[in-house]
Design a protein around this ligand. Structure first.
Ligand SMILES: Nc1ncnc2c1ncn2[C@@H]1O[C@H](COP(=O)(O)OP(=O)(O)O)[C@@H](O)[C@H]1O
Ligand SMILES: [Mg+2]
Length: 386
């Protein structure tokens, strides 16, 4: 009432009018307060110290022994609200100075299998592969046929293989044929590298393997390609360090997944290795990767085909490649490809109109010098071919 009177005395037109003027100001004020609060929070982020990510080794008397990435172990406090909620193998965040555990990281978020595999729909056709006729035939039988014509197997009650193992020197085309198999069956190609699994995901290898198979089922038809399989299925040694036990757990999980999944599920597994000598035979037992395919070095006919594939589309001068097909005896498909590419570069450097024989001469010499320098290369060759 009194307000009404005041407004009237001052000649304003009434309380409604006044409210209309004040309300927007009030809203604006609130908005500004919110902005200030947001900015303060953002500023706090800049001034606060980052937290340390560690793994819990053991809980002891309401405190914890944690392991840092650099291998150091520390005996630390746990924040009150987390007491009783932390256990061994948890990934936690600790404060920087006292290393007190102040938060737990959800493993699902930290170790999402999709972050650790390569997923693609390759476009490589069988025609892009020189030689390897026998190998391609086997792969077609084990991988392609059951996926494209499952009824043939059902009709005769034949259980198809779940997958196969490819072995051969680096560069003999293992990844290439696995991708071609995925392309020909229109499958999702999911690639996991064994050595990376072992090095990076300590403690989580088994979970990642489990999630890998789940992912493959979701994306079926799919081909799981496990490269460097030997790093997770290398034969067990007696001295079992914790890292080695972890690798064994991962391997056991892999066997369990292969055993556990039904045939005709539209998921196939291709393993690859260049160390067949150390592969644990458990993975080769019937019902597992029981077809073993050797990726041989290309013979003369195959080398001719590989050259043809890699010079297709290149502008070559008139000369015969026979000499180079002969001279590349003992080299892999990848090495032949690299000779073609290097010859191309040599011609570009000369600013030439076409690639000449001298460019191939140069490329071959360059590659051979590199090979002689490469001890690792020779070691793996000797291991395989004695
Ligand atoms: N038989 C082949 N025919 C055509 N190209 C080949 C052949 N073998 C290897 N290559 C070439 O070498 C590259 C590397 O081969 P890759 O499949 O990765 O070998 P691996 O997996 O055995 O180490 C391929 O992408 C391809 O360009
Ligand atoms: Mg490979």
């Amino acid at each position: 009432m009194r307000n009404d009177l005041n407004f009237n005395i001052r000649g304003d037109s009434g309380p409604d009018e006044a409210l209309r003027e004040v309300l927007p100001l009030y809203d604006e004020n609130q908005e500004l307060k919110r902005t200030i609060l947001n900015l303060k929070t953002e500023l706090n982020k800049f001034s606060s110290l980052p937290l340390v990510v560690c793994t819990v080794d053991k809980i002891l008397d309401n405190k914890a022994i944690i392991r840092l990435k650099n291998g150091h172990s520390l005996y630390v406090h746990i924040a009150k609200e987390l007491e009783g909620k932390i256990e061994a193998n948890d990934v936690v965040l600790t404060e920087q100075k006292s290393f007190t555990i102040i938060s737990k990281v959800e493993k699902e978020k930290l170790f999402n299998v999709e972050d650790y595999v390569v997923i693609e729909k390759p476009k490589i056709s069988w025609k892009d592969i020189g030689g390897l006729k026998k190998q391609i035939q086997e792969i077609k039988e084990v991988i392609e046929l059951p996926m494209t014509k499952p009824e043939l197997f059902k009709k005769l009650g034949v259980k198809p293989h779940k997958g196969l193992l490819l072995y051969g020197l680096p560069g003999t085309g293992k990844t290439l044929v696995a991708k071609a198999a995925a392309a020909s069956t229109n499958s999702t190609f999911i690639e996991l590298v064994g050595s990376e699994l072992v090095q990076k995901y300590i403690g989580e290898g088994a979970k990642l393997v489990k999630d890998l198979f789940k992912l493959a089922r979701e994306r079926a038809p799919a081909i799981i390609f496990i490269d460097e399989l030997d790093s997770i299925s290398g034969q067990r040694t007696d001295d079992s360090t914790s890292g080695e036990r972890e690798v064994q757990r991962t391997f056991m999980q892999l066997l369990a997944e292969i055993d556990g999944f039904e045939d005709l599920e539209n998921v196939k597994i291709i393993g690859a290795t260049n160390r067949i000598d150390i592969i644990d035979p458990a993975i080769l037992r019937p019902g597992r990767l029981d077809r073993v395919v050797e990726m041989e070095l290309p013979d003369k006919k195959s080398r001719t085909e590989i050259f043809k594939i890699h010079i297709a589309g290149m502008k070559l001068a008139e000369f015969s490649l026979d000499k180079y097909i002969e001279k590349t005896k003992g080299l892999t498909g990848a090495e032949i490809k690299s000779i073609c590419t290097e010859a191309g570069y040599s011609a570009i450097r000369r600013n030439a109109e076409s690639i000449e024989e001298s460019d191939f001469e140069y490329a071959l010499n360059k590659l051979c010098c590199n090979l002689e320098d490469c001890e690792e290369h020779n070691d793996s060759r000797n291991l395989m071919f004695g």
